[in-house]
Design a protein around this ligand. Structure first.
Ligand SMILES: [Zn+2]
Length: 420
């Protein structure tokens, strides 16, 4: 049975801003630092506590939880067709060591609010509705980031993830076992179990929506990334006695390289992201000509061909600037751009227009769990503004009205797609 637009509108109307905000504040108490933020790193007792809180809310609504072997938790509101794959939305509850109260948390609570709103409106759907909590999105305690969704998607072997240790030597396997014991969810779930669609709501973590006065960002994709390690070798020499002509100064060569890179990667449209975040000088002594410099390059762009073209020029450019030094350029990481499903983006855009919310297309500068879902299922993301564009920071803040607005878009699209 097709759901009427009146039914969908009833669910949208049942989204409650006060409840959604209160839930954010409830979770903000778990791992609170006392400075307005939280430290709730993946698979800690605090992470387990936050998951338990959401599971308790789910239990009072009669929603059923399941969990997979990397600890991703799925909360299901059943549909009327038992064979239909679910419409899923979610994000993560783990945080950075000095994290905020909205990064990730919003995506989980927005999805959960849609399930609750559907129940409050007394609406049945053909497909189940699900809220997912992905394990270890942040990658602060255990690397890499987006671990749970990567394992789910088959991009990271489960054994590799489980063997990863934190700085104290505790493995994911140990920490996960403790978390799972507390959660006590009997129902197990297979990896890559089909989804009809995957959606993720998130705070923008950047300044664009706020500065352009838009409430909703329709995320077109996630930009690609290439990491390089550049090692410049010269010759250590006495700073007082060695003439310039015969110096092999690795620092001077590295500065030439960075200057040339800045020119190469200058982009008047300001889309290219280029960062030299680490710069190590050896021996780092005031009166010795540096014999060795190691620096890193983080290069990002939303278009695969631009990222390839620019990244492929880096090694030759560094060589050209090496002069009397030698240079070794190594690419250490490559992650192609993701483009979200055009049909999902269109649904989100139509919904924002129908609800008369100022909206714009936006590229995600940060990675998200949706990256891995986009390879498997029709997927999409929406952003809401966060104050000053500040995230991964205890001062992170999003307005209750904006959080609710994004949730209403999520509700409309989830409900629309939950019918055959
Ligand atoms: Zn996040």
């Amino acid at each position: 049975m097709a759901t009427s637009s009146a039914t969908i509108a009833a669910v949208v109307k049942a989204v409650r801003e006060d409840r959604l905000w209160q839930r954010h504040m409830d979770l903000a108490n778990i791992g609170a630092t006392g400075r307005g933020g939280v430290n709730r790193q993946a698979l800690t007792p605090e992470d387990a506590e936050a998951r338990l809180r959401v599971l308790a809310w789910a239990a009072t609504r009669g929603f059923s939880p399941s969990v997979d072997a990397i600890g991703n938790v799925f909360i299901r509101r059943p549909g009327t067709d038992p064979t239909a794959s679910p419409v899923v939305a979610g994000s993560h509850l783990d945080t950075q060591p000095t994290g905020g109260n909205f990064d990730g948390v919003y995506g989980v609570l927005a999805a959960f609010e849609v399930l609750e709103a559907a129940s409050d409106a007394g609406v049945t759907t053909d497909r189940p509705l699900e809220a997912v909590v992905w394990t270890n999105e942040e990658g602060a305690r255990f690397q890499p980031t987006t671990m749970g969704s990567a394992v789910f998607a088959g991009a990271l072997p489960l054994e590799t993830a489980l063997a990863t240790t934190d700085t104290a030597g505790v493995s994911v396997a140990q920490a996960l076992a403790e978390t799972m014991q507390r959660l006590a969810i009997p129902q197990r779930r297979a990896f890559r179990c089909p989804m009809a669609v995957y959606l993720e709501a998130h705070i923008e973590q950047g300044p664009l929506l706020e500065t352009t006065h838009h409430t909703i960002g329709i995320v077109s994709g996630i930009q690609g990334l290439r990491w390089f390690r550049v090692e410049v070798t010269g010759e250590e020499a006495h700073a007082g006695t060695t003439p310039r002509r015969i110096r092999k100064d690795a620092f001077v060569a590295a500065v030439r390289m960075v200057t040339a890179l800045q020119e190469l990667l200058y982009d008047s449209a300001d889309t290219v992201r280029f960062t030299v975040g680490r710069f190590e000088v050896t021996p780092n002594s005031p009166n010795t000509v540096p014999g060795r410099v190691l620096f890193t390059i983080d290069l990002r762009h939303p278009q695969a061909e631009v990222l390839s073209r620019l990244g492929d020029q880096i090694e030759a450019l560094c060589r050209a600037q090496a002069h009397d030094c030698s240079v070794v350029v190594t690419e250490t990481l490559s992650s192609p751009p993701v483009e979200f499903d055009p049909a999902i983006r269109a649904w989100l855009t139509q919904s924002a227009a129908r609800q008369a919310l100022a909206h714009m297309d936006i590229v995600s500068g940060a990675t998200h769990d949706a990256k891995y879902m986009a390879d498997l299922y029709p997927s999409g993301m929406l952003f809401v503004p966060c104050r000053g564009g500040i995230s991964h920071n205890e001062a992170e803040y999003a307005a209750p009205a904006d959080l609710a607005a994004g949730t209403r878009i999520l509700a409309e699209v989830m409900l629309t797609l939950a019918h055959h």
